[in-house]
Design a protein around this ligand. Structure first.
Ligand SMILES: Cc1cc2nc3c(=O)[nH]c(=O)nc-3n(C[C@H](O)[C@H](O)[C@H](O)COP(=O)(O)O)c2cc1C
Length: 380
C-alpha cells in the first residue's frame, strides 16, 4: 500500500476509535473497563453437575475483550437451581470451578461480574438436588412446561409459599453466594431481579399474592429486592454490586401490572441510596417480549442516578446512539456475543457478524459454544 494511502487508512481508523464512545474506557466503581461493551448474562447450560468447568473457562476467555462480562445466571443455593446444567456458587467445588473461569478472564485482560439468579418457581425437582425445594412468594405455578434432562418436558410444579423464615434464609443465601463470588475472584456480582425469577416474582403482581409486608403495595413488593441488594452490597461493597431489572417484562408469566411505572420509579429511587455499581435494564422486545418505552427507561435512569447498562436488541449503531444520547453508560450484547467471541474487534473494524445457532443455546458440549470462529486478522 502506498505510504499516503496507508497514512489515510490509519488516520481514519484512529478517528473512528476516538469518536466512538462504545470503544472508550469506563470506570465502574474502582475497576477500569477497556470499553463500554458488556457481555449480557447468558444461560448456556454447560455446567455438568452444576459445577463450572474448563469448557466454560474457554468460552468466557474467548469473550474477554468485552469491557465487562456478566456471567450466566448462577444459583446462590440449591433451592435456586431451576434449570438443567446451570452453575451454582454455594459449594467449594463450584467456587473452585469459577476461580478457574475468573483467572482466565483476568489473564485475558477482562473483568467479570457473577449474576446471582435464584429461579424461584421457574424450576423443577428433576433439575434440583435432593432435599431442595421449589419456593416462591405465592403458591402459583407457571403455565407451561420445564425442560429436564431426565424426563424431558414436565409441567411446572406448584411452588411452596415462602414463610418469613424462608425469606430470611434466601436472603442469607444471596449474601453467602456473593461472598463466595468474591472468594472465587469475581470483580462483583449482579443481583438478578429481572425476567420472572425469584426477586421479580416478588415485584410482579402475577406471582405475588401475599398479604404480609412482602406483598400488596409497591413498597411491600419491592422489599425483597431491596433487602437482598442492600445485604449483598453491605457484605461485599456497593461498588461491587449491580442489579438487573426488566420493567414491562412478560417472560416467565410476568404481567404488566397497573402501577408499573410507579413501582420501578420507587425501586430505582430506593436503590439510588445504595450507591451501587450499576443498574442494568433489560428489555426482551427483540426476543418477542413487549416494548419498554424510552420514557420509562429514562425515568428509571433518573431515579437511580448511577451508571446504567442497557440490554436488548442492540447493535453497534443503536448502542452508540444510546451512549451518545446519555441514555446509558454501558451497553450489553447477548446473542451477538454468543456468535461472535471477538464482537468488539468485529465492530471496531466494521466486519460482518456471524449469526447465532439457536439449537445449541442450551445443549451440552462445545458445539455452538466455543466453536464460533474469530475473524481472520488481516496481516498485509
Ligand atoms: C440463550 C440466552 C440465555 C439467556 N440467559 C440469561 C440469564 O441467565 N440471565 C439474564 O438476566 N438474561 C438472560 N438472557 C437475556 C440476555 O441477557 C439479553 O438481555 C437478551 O438476549 C437480549 O439481548 P440481545 O438482543 O443482545 O441478545 C438470555 C438470553 C438468551 C438468548
Amino acid at each position: 500500500m502506498p505510504q499516503r494511502a496507508l497514512f489515510e487508512t490509519l488516520k481514519e481508523e484512529i478517528n473512528k476509535r476516538i469518536i466512538m464512545k462504545i470503544f472508550s474506557k469506563f470506570n465502574l466503581g474502582s475497576i477500569e473497563l477497556q470499553n463500554r461493551v458488556v457481555m449480557a448474562p447468558l444461560t448456556r447450560s454447560r455446567a455438568e453437575n452444576n459445577i463450572p468447568n474448563q469448557l466454560m473457562s474457554d468460552y468466557y476467555g474467548q469473550r474477554a475483550s468485552a469491557g465487562l462480562i456478566i456471567t450466566e445466571g448462577t444459583a446462590p443455593s440449591a433451592n435456586g437451581l431451576g434449570y438443567a446444567r446451570i452453575p451454582g456458587i454455594y459449594n467449594e467445588a463450584q467456587i473452585k470451578g469459577w476461580k478457574n473461569v475468573t483467572n482466565r478472564i483476568h489473564e485475558e485482560g477482562g473483568k467479570v461480574f457473577l449474576q446471582l439468579m435464584h429461579t424461584g418457581r421457574v424450576s423443577h425437582a428433576d433439575n434440583m438436588e435432593e432435599d431442595s425445594e421449589v419456593l416462591a412468594p405465592s403458591a402459583i405455578a407457571l403455565n407451561g412446561e420445564m425442560y429436564t434432562d431426565q424426563n424431558g418436558l414436565q409441567p411446572y410444579p406448584v411452588p411452596r409459599e415462602m414463610t418469613r423464615e424462608d425469606i430470611i434464609q434466601a436472603q442469607n443465601e444471596y449474601v453467602q453466594a456473593a461472598k463466595n463470588a468474591i472468594k472465587a475472584g469475581f470483580d462483583g456480582v449482579e443481583v438478578h431481579a429481572a425476567n420472572g425469577y425469584l426477586i421479580d416474582q416478588f415485584i410482579n403482581t402475577a406471582s405475588n399474592k401475599r398479604s404480609d409486608n412482602y406483598g400488596g403495595s409497591i413498597e411491600n413488593r419491592s422489599r425483597f429486592a431491596l433487602e437482598v441488594t442492600q445485604k449483598v452490597s453491605a457484605a461485599i461493597g456497593s461498588e461491587r454490586t449491580g442489579i438487573r431489572v426488566s420493567p414491562n417484562g412478560a417472560f416467565n408469566d410476568m404481567e404488566a401490572f397497573d402501577d408499573l411505572e410507579e413501582a420501578y420509579k420507587y425501586l430505582a429511587h430506593e436503590l439510588s441510596h445504595l450507591k451501587l455499581a450499576y443498574l442494568h435494564i433489560v428489555e426482551m422486545a427483540a426476543l418477542g417480549g413487549p416494548d419498554v418505552p424510552l420514557s420509562l427507561k429514562l425515568m428509571i435512569r433518573e431515579a437511580f442516578g448511577g451508571p446504567v447498562i442497557r440490554s436488548g436488541g442492540l447493535d453497534k449503531e443503536t448502542a452508540e446512539a444510546a451512549l451518545n444520547n446519555n441514555e446509558a453508560e454501558l451497553v450489553a450484547f447477548g446473542r451477538s456475543l454468543i456468535a461472535n467471541p471477538d464482537l468488539v474487534y468485529r465492530m471496531e473494524n466494521d466486519l460482518s457478524l456471524q449469526d447465532p445457532d439457536f439449537d445449541t443455546f442450551y445443549t451440552p458440549g462445545a458445539k455452538g459454544y466455543t466453536d464460533y470462529p474469530f475473524a481472520a486478522v488481516n496481516v498485509t
